[in-house]
Design a protein around this ligand. Structure first.
Ligand SMILES: Nc1nc2c(c(=O)[nH]1)N[C@H]1C(S)=C(S)[C@@H](COP(=O)(O)O)O[C@H]1N2
Ligand SMILES: [Mo]
Length: 529
C-alpha cells in the first residue's frame, strides 16, 4: 500500500514547510551547542565564556562614539543588550545553518564551524584566558555540528529536499516523522536543561562579580611604600617590578572558582583564643587598612620558574584581629580555612609579629579578582603560598602544629614553608642566540622578609661577577638586577646566585620542589653569534 510516491505526497501534506523545520533544527542544535559551551565555561572559569568573550571582542572593536551611544541608550543594561544581540545573531546564523544543511550536506556544518572559530578567537585573545579556555567554544561548535547533522538527516528521511530522489525503501513517513520530532524535541530540552544548569551555576559568580565591580576600596591609613626611583631597570624582557593582575600566576585546588557574596561572608576566629570573633565584610572594610607591596611565591616554583609575582596588597593586619581574639599560651599555629575547605598552617608568630601579614581585600588598586581570593585572602611576607596565602578565607583557628594539619601536609609537603633565597635570569631567554659584544643580562632575585644584598653571575662556571642590584621596594619584594658581560662568539652556560641579608648565598645543591621548595642555581645557555 505505502508506495514511496505516496509517502512523499503524504509528507508534503502533513509537514507544512520543510525549510522552517530545517531552520528550527538549526536553532535547536545551535542552542544546545552554545549551552554546552557555556556550561563547560561555567565549570572551568567565569573568564572563558565564549558568549561573554564575543561580547568583549565586540566592545573592543566598536569605536568609542558607538560605545558612548550604547551607554546613553541602554544605561547599565548595555551589557545585557549586547549579550542579547549576540544571541539574536547566533540564532539567525543557526537557523540559516539548518536551511543550508538541508539543501546541501556539509554547508550548515561549515557555517557552524565558522561561528565556532569566531568564538574560539574571541576567547583565546582575552587577556586572562589560559589554554583551557579553548575547550568551551570547541565543544559548542562540535555539539552544534553533531546535532545539526543528526537532525537534518532525520528531516530529509521524512521530507526529502528538492533534487533528491524520493527514498525507495526508507522508513514509512509516520515513523520518520516521529523520529525527527523526537530528536528536535530532545535537542531543545537538552538545550534548556544545560542553559538552566549554567545559569544556576554562574549565578553566584555573577553576584560576586557584580558586588566586586561596584565596590570601592577604602583608602589605606598606612600608605604603601613609595617605589624608590631606580627600582625598575629599563631592560627589555625583565619581569615588571609589579605584576599586573591579569598576568599574576594562579595556583589553587579549586576546580571552579569559589563565588562569595561579601554581604554573606564571615571570618571566624576560633580555637585557642580568649575571645572568639566573627567579622563581617562591612566591619572589615571600616578597619584601618595597610597597603604594601609583597612578593608571593609558590613552593612548586621550579628554579627559574614563573610561579611568583609582586603585587600591591591592601588589607587589615592579621595581628590586629588576633590581638582582639587574644591567643592562649601554648598556641603556635593558625590554621586558615578557605570557603572550599582548603587549609594552610601558618606559624602564629608570622601573623603576630610586625611583618604586616594582611587580611587582603585589594590587589594592585582593585578589589581582589575572584580567582585570587575575593573577597578576602591572607598575604604573609616571607612564607610560600601553601602555608600562608589562603584565598576565599573564612576561618582562622588558633591551634598547635602538634594538633592540626593543613591540606598539603599529609600529601608530601612540609607544615612550615619559609621562602628560600632564589634568583632568576629573565633576559636573554634560555637557548637564545645573541650578538657578540656586551650582552645585557637581567632578572629578579628574592628572599622575602630578609632581603637581598648581592646578585652574581658566572660564565661557564668561572669566577662570580657582581651584578647591579636595583633598589628594592622593601625586603618583602623581589629585586631586579642587571649585568653586562663581554662575550665573543661561542656557546655559554650562565648561572645566577643571590645572597640574602644574613650573608648566606643561595645553595648550589639541587632540591626538588617538595617538601619545602626547590634550590639550585638558575642556569641558562646562550649562543653568541
Ligand atoms: N583556598 C585556597 N587558597 C590557596 C590555595 C588553594 O589551593 N586554595 N593555594 C595556595 C598556594 S599553593 C599559592 S602559591 C597561592 C597562590 O595565590 P594566587 O593564585 O593568587 O597567585 O595561593 C594559596 N592559597
Ligand atoms: Mo603554592
Amino acid at each position: 500500500m505505502s508506495t514511496p510516491v505516496r509517502n512523499v505526497a503524504t509528507t508534503r501534506r502533513t509537514m507544512g514547510r520543510p525549510a522552517l523545520w530545517a531552520a528550527g533544527s538549526g536553532l535547536a542544535a545551535g542552542a544546545a551547542g552554545i549551552a554546552a559551551g557555556e556550561l563547560i565555561a561555567g565549570l572551568l572559569s567565569p573568564l572563558v565564556s565564549p558568549v561573554t568573550a564575543l561580547g568583549g571582542a565586540v566592545i573592543d572593536a566598536v569605536p568609542p562614539g558607538v560605545k558612548d551611544l550604547a551607554v546613553q541608550l541602554f544605561g547599565t543594561a548595555d551589557k545585557i543588550v549586547l549579550i542579547a544581540s549576540i544571541g539574536v545573531v547566533a540564532g539567525f546564523l543557526a537557523a540559516i545553518a539548518g536551511v543550508l544543511e538541508r539543501r546541501r550536506t556539509g554547508w550548515g556544518l561549515v557555517l557552524a564551524g565558522l561561528a565556532g572559530a569566531a568564538g574560539l578567537t574571541a576567547v583565546v585573545t582575552r587577556a586572562q584566558a589560559g589554554p583551557q579556555a579553548a575547550l568551551a567554544p570547541i565543544a559548542a561548535a562540535v555539539v552544534t555540528m553533531l546535532l545539526l547533522r543528526a537532525l537534518i538527516r532525520r528531516l530529509t528521511t521524512w521530507a526529502p529536499s528538492h533534487g533528491r530522489p524520493p527514498q525507495q525503501d526508507g522508513e514509512p513517513a509516520p515513523l520518520a516523522r516521529r523520529s525527527f520530532l523526537n530528536a528536535i524535541a530532545g535537542t531543545s530540552i537538552a538545550a534548556v536543561v544545560a542553559g538552566t544548569v549554567t545559569a544556576v551555576l554562574t549565578r553566584a559568580t555573577a553576584v560576586a562579580s557584580g558586588f566586586r565591580g561596584s565596590m570601592t576600596l577604602p583608602a589605606p591609613s598606612a600608605a604603601p611604600q613609595a617605589i624608590p626611583a631606580g627600582a625598575s631597570l629599563a631592560l627589555d624582557g625583565i619581569s615588571p617590578l609589579v605584576t599586573p593582575n591579569a598576568d599574576f600566576y594562579r595556583i589553587d585546588t579549586a576546580l571552579t572558582v569559589p563565588a562569595i557574596d561579601p554581604p554573606a561572608w564571615k571570618l571566624k576566629v576560633t580555637g585557642m583564643v580568649e575571645q572568639e570573633i566573627e567579622l563581617d565584610f562591612a566591619t572589615l572594610l571600616a578597619k584601618p587598612m595597610t597597603e604594601r607591596h609583597i612578593t608571593i611565591a609558590c613552593v612548586s616554583n621550579n628554579v627559574g620558574g614563573d610561579l611568583i609575582g609582586n603585587a600591591r596588597w591592601l588589607g587589615w593586619p592579621v595581628r590586629e584581629l588576633l590581638a582582639l581574639a587574644r591567643p592562649q599560651a601554648g598556641a603556635d599555629m593558625v590554621l586558615s580555612t578557605s570557603n572550599d575547605g582548603w587549609t594552610a598552617s601558618t606559624p602564629l608568630e608570622a601573623l603576630t609579629d610586625d611583618r604586616d601579614a594582611l587580611l587582603a581585600i585589594g590587589m594592585n588598586g582593585e578589589p581582589l579578582p575572584l580567582e585570587h581570593g575575593f573577597p578576602v585572602r591572607m598575604i604573609v611576607p616571607g612564607l610560600y603560598g601553601f602555608v600562608s596565602a589562603t584565598k576565599w578565607l573564612t576561618e582562622l583557628k588558633v591551634t598547635r602544629f602538634a594538633d592540626d594539619v593543613a591540606y598539603w601536609t599529609p600529601r608530601g609537603w612540609s607544615d612550615h614553608g619559609p621562602i628560600k633565597t632564589q634568583s632568576r635570569i629573565d633576559v636573554p631567554r634560555n637557548g637564545r642566540t645573541v650578538q657578540a659584544g656586551t650582552v645585557q643580562f637581567g632578572g629578579v632575585a628574592w628572599a622575602q622578609h630578609r632581603g637581598i644584598t648581592r646578585v652574581e653571575l658566572r660564565v661557564n662556571r668561572g669566577p662570580w661577577e657582581q651584578a647591579t642590584l636595583a633598589s628594592p621596594i622593601s625586603t618583602d619584594t623581589w629585586y631586579q638586577w642587571q649585568l653586562g658581560l663581554d662575550l665573543s662568539s661561542g656557546d655559554y652556560e650562565i648561572q645566577v646566585r643571590a645572597t640574602d641579608s644574613t650573608g648566606q648565598p643561595q645553595t648550589e645543591d639541587k632540591a626538588p620542589v617538595a617538601p619545602d621548595g626547590a634550590t639550585g642555581y638558575h642556569t641558562i645557555s646562550v649562543k653568541v653569534g
